[in-house]
Design a protein around this ligand. Structure first.
Ligand SMILES: Nc1ncnc2c1ncn2[C@@H]1O[C@H](COP(=O)(O)OP(=O)(O)O)[C@@H](O)[C@H]1O
Ligand SMILES: CC(=O)OP(=O)(O)O
Ligand SMILES: [Mg+2]
Length: 398
């Protein structure tokens, strides 16, 4: 085994995920997560190649400090010298970035300029890039954008129906997110579902804390549910997804809240959390629903209703419909959400195999539809692997 590894860094608003991936193997040598950054009681969890976990408290709840602790750990485990490139997840690449790129001063400035379009994500991504640059200045850094895979959307799919000047002057349009995950799943599906590379159509449901759908025609994204920001579309952990702008304007008038306050409300206090009043976590809500918690049950119903409705919409953006694929923490693990969703899709010819559905969790992959149905499958996503592959390709050729 060659020792060359890619360090993958995914800085979220309050977390930092990382993974050390060898060039010639799938399994990370070390991976983990720093949580509660910017809040308090921040902790960092490491998982070694055998799956053993250890957790340390962070003295300082910042991304910079979390990166320092990570680099100290890499040094202690003699992994630091194996790293030959660093790959970063960047949420918003706007119209500037159609593919992954090597980070330069100019790239950093463009990512900074796009921060207004992804205020929860891009500033955190930049902290990761700048801290890694300061700590390991000699290594090539590669930015991998959530938006890049959706650059194939047609104007019909990305244009909002407001005066076109706003798109021309302010780049207000649909960009879409989770593209690294959708790209990975689209490639995996080709082989595992035996699709014709030149003639296929699939809908991917990436359901995690943030959730989005993607319609993929012959390997290219043709439609997606997230918009100019990662707020639009499906019901998520704390994000409301689609909301009538009229309702927001009415609320602003009735409650006297500013636009900023309402923007925080729809991003941070809505979705599953807002409806249930209990939690943003799907697992917690499923347990509460089983115990008779009415608002938890309503939150799940609303999420599933929106999901099925959008899947139907995304099918209309395809020329043919070969498969519905579930991925992400909820999509990969929740037999209940998959069952409730597919129940609503009978008109599309989707029929679930109950037994197979129940067996699909914890990283398993397979078809969960009955014979004769349009295929339904679960495929675990791997954004880190995709980021590592891009980083290796770009670092190796530059
Ligand atoms: N067994 C499970 N059943 C239902 N939901 C689950 C299960 N395991 C994880 N989830 C849900 O997955 C979501 C997190 O998804 P994930 O993709 O890991 O998040 P992130 O977007 O932060 O990467 C949470 O809502 C969590 O409750
Ligand atoms: C873009 C987005 O929603 O990302 P996440 O799922 O990490 O919040
Ligand atoms: Mg996610």
């Amino acid at each position: 085994m060659s020792l060359a590894c890619v360090l993958v860094i995914n800085c979220g608003s309050s977390s930092m995920k990382f993974s050390v991936i060898p060039q010639d193997a799938d399994q990370p040598l070390l991976s983990g997560l720093a949580e509660r950054l910017g809040i308090d009681h921040a902790v960092m969890t490491f998982k070694d190649r055998d799956g053993h976990k250890s957790t340390v408290a962070l003295d300082e709840a910042s991304h910079q400090h979390a990166l320092k602790v990570l680099f100290a750990k890499l040094d202690e485990q003699q992994l630091l010298t194996t790293i030959s490139a660093i790959g970063h997840r960047v949420a918003h690449g706007g119209s500037d970035f159609k593919r992954s790129v090597r980070v330069t001063d100019d790239v950093i400035e463009k990512i900074r300029a796009l921060s207004a379009l992804a205020p929860l994500h891009n500033p955190a991504n930049l902290i990761g890039i700048e801290a890694a640059r300061a700590l390991l200045p000699a290594l090539p850094q590669i930015a991998v954008f959530d938006t890049a895979f959706h650059q194939t959307l047609s104007p019909a799919a990305y244009t909002y129906a407001i005066p076109l000047e706003y798109q021309q002057d302010y780049q207000v349009r649909r960009y879409g997110f989770h593209g690294t995950s959708h790209r990975y799943i689209a490639a995996e599906a080709l082989a595992s579902l035996d699709l014709d590379p030149a003639d296929h159509g699939i809908v991917i449901a990436h359901l995690g804390n943030g959730s989005s759908l993607c319609a993929v025609q012959n390997g290219a994204s043709v439609d997606t549910s997230m918009g100019m920001t990662p707020l639009e579309g499906l019901v998520m952990g704390t994000r409301c997804g689609d909301l009538d702008f009229g309702a927001a304007a009415y609320l602003a008038k009735c409650t006297g809240q500013t636009l900023d306050a309402l923007y925080k409300m729809v991003n941070n206090q809505s979705g599953l959390m807002g409806i249930s009043g209990l939690s943003s976590d799907c697992r917690t809500l499923q347990q509460a629903r089983d115990a008779g918690h009415e608002r938890a049950a309503l939150a799940i119903d609303v999420m599933v209703h929106r999901l099925a409705r959008h899947i139907g919409g995304h099918v209309t953006s395809l020329k043919r419909f070969d498969a519905l694929i579930f991925t992400g923490g909820i999509g990969e693990n929740s037999a209940l959400i998959r069952e409730l969703t597919v129940q609503r899709l009978q008109a599309l010819g989707l029929v679930l195999d109950q037994e197979r559905n129940q067996q699909m969790f914890g990283g398993r992959s397979g078809v969960i539809s009955k014979a004769g149905s349009t295929k339904i499958a679960v495929i675990p996503t791997n954004e880190e692997k995709m980021i590592a592959m891009d980083a290796m390709a770009i670092a190796g050729t530059n």
